[in-house]
Design a protein around this ligand. Sequence first.
Ligand SMILES: Nc1ncnc2c1ncn2[C@@H]1O[C@H](COP(=O)(O)OP(=O)(O)OP(=O)(O)O)[C@@H](O)[C@H]1O
Ligand SMILES: [Mg+2]
Length: 321
Amino acid sequence: MVKNILEVRDLYLYYKTYKGIVQAVDGISFNIPEGQTLGIVGESGCGKSSTANTIIRLLPKNTYKYEGSIKLNGEEITTIPMDEFRRTIRWRKVAMVFQGAMNSLNPVLKVGFQVAEPLIVHLGMDKSEALDRARQVFEKIGLTPAFLDRYPHELSGGMRQRIVIAMAMIMNPQLLILDEPTSALDVSIQAQIMNLLKSLKKEYHLSMIFITHDIALASDISDLLAVMYAGEIVEYGPIEEVLLNPQHPYAQKLIASIPRLREDKEPEFLPGNPPGLINPPKGCRFASRCPYRFEKCSEAPDLVWINGNHYVKCHLYSEGK
Ligand SMILES: Nc1ncnc2c1ncn2[C@@H]1O[C@H](COP(=O)(O)OP(=O)(O)OP(=O)(O)O)[C@@H](O)[C@H]1O
Ligand SMILES: [Mg+2]
């Protein structure tokens, strides 16, 4: 049996705003077996980045509720005191490539130094040793040592994204979270970054969370897929199960919206918008857009088991279809 690197149970992250409480992550659960990649997909604002932030515990000041269990290699990490979490978990065991990070590199520092800096600051390494380590990581991610001395503005988007990945990899994490790592890149560069991530996954047995709104892209690298809708995971399972046999009406619509080269069927689109996360509907959150809704949908469905490792949160299944 493969060991789980991450086990998340009933995880919540709510934010307080002057308009009310935003229920950004609302009781989600999932596992990631060691060396595997979980894709998280869903429309903008459904809570993907918030989910990632809970794991690396980067919570904004207006956090209202942060609850649930996150086990890394079997160890509960939500209750570790903050300074210990910073010293032992963040960047060392779990690292993250933030959404849009390639545009927030420090413009006045050489990228080699930016990659090496945590080793100097956190591990007390001297500068030349740290730069040496940065050089090794550059090699891993397909950059020649000459890039160490470049400034961010001298690099293309794809190169800058490689630098951001190097920053996340510098402390040899076991779990790498990638939040929309390719959405700002054109398709050919996107493909290069995907190939790089796939080779890192394979060569270093790295476990990953790959966040994207693009389900086709997620399928390129993921072993498991979680479909999020309005703060909840509505479907979770092995990637081929979810893609070939989607159960939740939202997942079915998402998959039917992927254009196919060799099919006459037009891609479908999903009318309407997700509900706001301040006072979301009490029942199923997808009900207002769902072609199959019935009376029961005014109550919140549970996540129910379909088969193997495949789960869905929909009354069609708790009722028997
Ligand atoms: N600090 C915050 N305070 C209040 N609301 C927030 C905060 N951060 C995020 N939100 C809200 O929480 C919800 C989830 O946001 P999140 O960024 O996690 O979504 P996302 O799925 O990553 O979206 P995208 O695809 O656009 O990146 C959104 O409604 C967002 O506006
Ligand atoms: Mg996001």
